[in-house]
Design a protein around this ligand. Structure first.
Ligand SMILES: Nc1ncnc2c1ncn2[C@@H]1O[C@H](COP(=O)(O)OP(=O)(O)O)[C@@H](O)[C@H]1O
Ligand SMILES: [Mg+2]
Length: 415
């Protein structure tokens, strides 16, 4: 395939608190604007997202990142939150702060600040993404030079100043002088509306999008005002986004507390490298989190001076998920209440659509669908297909909507 003169690559980067996703699309008159997600990360690990982790390796000057971080390494997690000076651990419940401390989360290296750690992580992301883009272009087209535009997502609560920090870190990491940004809820909405047919959305519908991430769950509601000829909606945001610290990591914190109750000091005394981010223990639990549907027991291996196996009954697991799901439910219901009080329009139908990583939990889906249907029989409750890729896809969609940009970046494809 030949390049058109108007050909360019749009890349959406969803740098999340716990994991990061990247999508891209080749745009131009001869292109179909298909949004593709990166699905492989070093060292050859499959996944729509990569853990937002960096670790100091033995050799100076070379840090490891994402899936490269191995059990036993000291790693830096949740650094994104530390970019925001107004972020205060107090906004997390006391128990979570305790657990974060015990697991070595929200720590920085002695000689670097949050922006430098974020830059380090993003440098790895950039390097990997460029390799993937070159491969994609090489497979797709003849050699040449393709302009590239990067779109990063940021939390809606961030001030201009914090957004600037992220842009600066991204530029420093190699993403170029001009990095574009889009808020996470807008990106989520754009991604949902791009596949509106999957959700049977129509003009006049009210849509509540619930972004279930690691740290927070954010809810935003939109009204579909019109549709273009391809069935892509135009929408208005109806309410300010609201959020609460009831994301997936809260389930991990509840597991921690359950094990402290079951095993006492034996568990508390384990080092952060044994139970913190990147440890075998957390990897095993991540598998359980993604698989649990409310019915089966699971076994966790706990390494340490005396390795042991711990069985988690379905009741144990329900007990660590349920308080988190209850909080998500009340967040949604309070947003709906606020919406009903301020709404001047008549909605044809209403839908609640879940996106982002934690929305992939089968147990979350079963419980929240059933609770919401009990409360509001007429409301459709849906989960986006591959929910964890939606925010990065939405950032790409934002770029595809066509802004006229000065191209300071380009990818060369060598023959
Ligand atoms: N398929 C899944 N099932 C259950 N939990 C999941 C799944 N995928 C990710 N998670 C959980 O969701 C959280 C990460 O979600 P993600 O959307 O990547 O967060 P963020 O955008 O905040 O970085 C983590 O707590 C992770 O354990
Ligand atoms: Mg997210």
């Amino acid at each position: 395939m030949e390049f058109g003169n108007d050909c360019k690559l749009i890349v959406g980067v969803d740098y999340g608190t716990t994991s990061t996703g990247v999508s891209y699309a080749l745009t131009g008159s001869s292109q179909c604007n298909e949004v593709i997600s990166i699905q492989k990360w070093p060292p050859n690990c499959p996944g729509l997202k990569v853990p937002s982790l960096v670790a100091c390796a033995g050799s100076p000057g070379r840090s490891l990142w994402g899936f490269e971080v191995r059990p036993g390494m000291k790693s830096f997690a949740w650094t994104k939150l530390l970019l925001d000076p107004t972020f205060n651990c107090d906004s997390f419940k006391v128990e979570i702060r305790e657990v974060a401390g015990a697991l070595g989360i929200l720590k920085l290296p002695e000689d670097r600040d949050a922006e430098e750690v974020v830059t380090e992580f993003l440098r790895h992301v950039h390097q990997h993404v460029c390799g993937e883009l070159k491969r994609f272009l090489f497979d797709t087209m003849s050699p040449g030079r393709v302009p590239i535009e990067f779109w990063m997502t940021f939390p809606a609560t961030w001030s201009e100043a914090v957004q600037s920090k992220l842009k600066r870190a991204a530029s420093e990491a190699g993403f170029g002088d001009k990095v574009f940004t889009v808020s996470e809820p807008e990106a989520a909405a754009l991604a949902v509306f791009r596949i509106s047919k999957d959700f049977e959305l129509n003009v006049g519908d009210g849509v509540l999008i619930c972004d279930c991430g690691g740290g927070t769950v954010d809810v935003t509601s939109c009204f579909i005002t019109d549709m273009n000829e391809r069935g892509v909606p135009y929408f208005e945001q109806l309410t300010e986004e609201t959020g609460s610290n009831c994301g997936g990591i809260n389930v991990d914190c509840n597991l921690y507390r359950l094990l402290v109750t079951k095993l006492g000091e034996d568990f508390k005394n384990l080092s952060t490298t044994m139970v913190g981010p990147g440890s075998n223990f957390m990897k095993e639990f991540e598998y359980i989190k993604r698989d649990f549907n409310g019915e089966l027991p699971y076994t966790l291996t706990l390494l340490g001076p005396v390795p042991r196996e711990i069985t988690l009954s379905p009741g144990d697991l329900r007990g660590i998920f349920d308080p988190v799901l209850d909080r998500i439910l009340s967040l949604i219901l309070s947003q709906i209440k606020r919406l009903m009080q301020s709404l001047e329009r008549v909605l044809s139908t209403s839908k609640i659509i879940f996106v982002d990583g934690f929305a992939g939990s089968p147990y979350l889906q079963i419980q929240l669908k059933s609770a919401l249907r009990q409360q509001m029989a007429e409301v459709g409750v849906l989960v986006a297909p591959t929910p964890e890729r939606m925010v990065a896809c939405g950032a790409t969609v934002k770029g595809l909507q066509g802004i006229v940009a000065q191209h300071t970046n380009a990818v060369d494809i060598m023959a």
